[in-house]
Ligand binder design. Structure first.
Ligand SMILES: Cc1cc2nc3c(=O)[nH]c(=O)nc-3n(C[C@H](O)[C@H](O)[C@H](O)COP(=O)(O)O)c2cc1C
Length: 317
């Protein structure tokens, strides 16, 4: 795979970024991805500041390659998190869930590269104006929180094609080297992968959740909780309660009450498959087993190259 702007910007061998994921992406996953030649990401979204700092210290000790952090911009103690990021000289910050206009310049003043996650063209252009170094375009099939427009990755990449001067990374629904190649064909210079790594051995998710991902089939996830910000959930009894409230036209307050506190931790980290919130992308239906990150990387890369060779031989090159 040739070096491109994303590899050069992030100082990585392969243009594969592991998505920051609440309750799944601690130092173990991030360092495994970085050691495999991609960019591992410590997901700050589910961590208290002191826990986050511990993960950064452990991640630094476990890899000599660059790694980054994911910082959702609605995080309550964001200034404290920023201080920790600066103290530990993390080279890359991926921001999401909020406007990058305030924080991008603060990070950049300290030499940190900033990529921002968007789900539509308007925010992609705004983020570019805010000075980000790269845009991550995340389609509606992705795990985690999703854009209200419900634009798929395939469509979003085409909407962005030729509209940005900063490099573009595709996210959502990427579970194979062939899908990586398709994203590259649509102008992306890298991919951000979440679900596949959520089910990896090094993910901090509970084994019961990982097994549930492996057992899931087509149609098992749905964009849910839309009145309080859509999130893609795996079907389970909690999901059924959310569905019922959706069908009866529940108010945002009713959804907040149903969700309560700690549901995501309960499901993904503690493994309560009945009452917990299980966030995962549509590509879960394609995940066959819980594997080490190194094996996932080998397969992604060999599939990418064989697909590329196949395409070239089809076109007679
Ligand atoms: C369990 C889970 C939790 C996630 N949490 C976050 C998060 O805290 N912040 C964020 O920016 N994105 C989050 N995401 C989105 C991922 O970073 C990534 O963009 C997405 O998973 C890519 O789509 P895929 O799941 O189809 O690979 C999460 C995704 C999953 C599966």
């Amino acid at each position: 795979m040739n070096m491109n702007r994303i590899c050069t910007l992030l100082k990585i061998q392969y243009p594969i970024i592991q998505g920051g994921m609440v309750w799944c992406s601690g130092w173990r996953l991030a360092s495994a991805v970085s050691n495999s030649g991609g960019l591992g990401i410590v997901g700050a979204g589910s961590m208290h500041p002191h826990v986050f700092e511990e993960h950064l210290i452990k991640c630094k000790a476990a890899t000599s390659n660059p790694f980054g952090v994911n910082l959702p911009l609605m995080y309550p103690q964001i200034d404290e998190m920023m201080g920790i990021i600066l103290k530990h000289q993390v080279p890359v910050v991926i921001t999401s869930a909020g406007s990058p206009s305030k924080y991008t310049s603060l990070f950049k003043q300290h030499g940190i590269k900033v990529l921002h996650v968007v789900s539509n063209l308007r925010f992609a252009l705004k983020s570019q104006d805010a000075g980000v170094d790269g845009i991550i375009a995340e389609g509606f099939e992705a795990g985690g929180h999703n854009g209200a427009e419900e634009t798929t990755t395939l469509v979003l990449l085409q909407l962005l094609l030729g509209k940005l001067s900063v490099p573009l990374v595709a996210a959502g629904g990427i579970g194979s080297g062939r899908a990586m190649l398709a994203a590259m064909a649509l102008g992306a210079e890298g991919v951000q992968i979440g679900s596949l790594f959520a089910a990896s051995e090094e993910s901090s998710a509970h084994l019961a959740f990982k097994q549930r991902i492996v057992e899931s089939s087509e149609g098992d996830t749905l964009l849910s909780l839309k009145p309080i910000g859509g999130v893609r959930l795996l079907r389970n009894p909690f999901f059924d309660k959310v569905r019922q409230l959706e069908l009866s036209g529940g108010s945002p307050d009713q959804f907040r009450e149903l969700l309560g506190k700690g549901r995501a931790k309960l499901g993904m980290f503690e493994g309560d498959l009945e009452e917990g919130e299980l966030e995962i992308g549509q590509i879960a239906a394609h995940i066959q087993s819980v594997e080490p990150v190194s094996v996932i990387f080998e397969r992604l890369l060999s599939d990418y190259h064989s697909s590329l060779n196949g395409l070239c031989s089809h076109s007679g090159k």
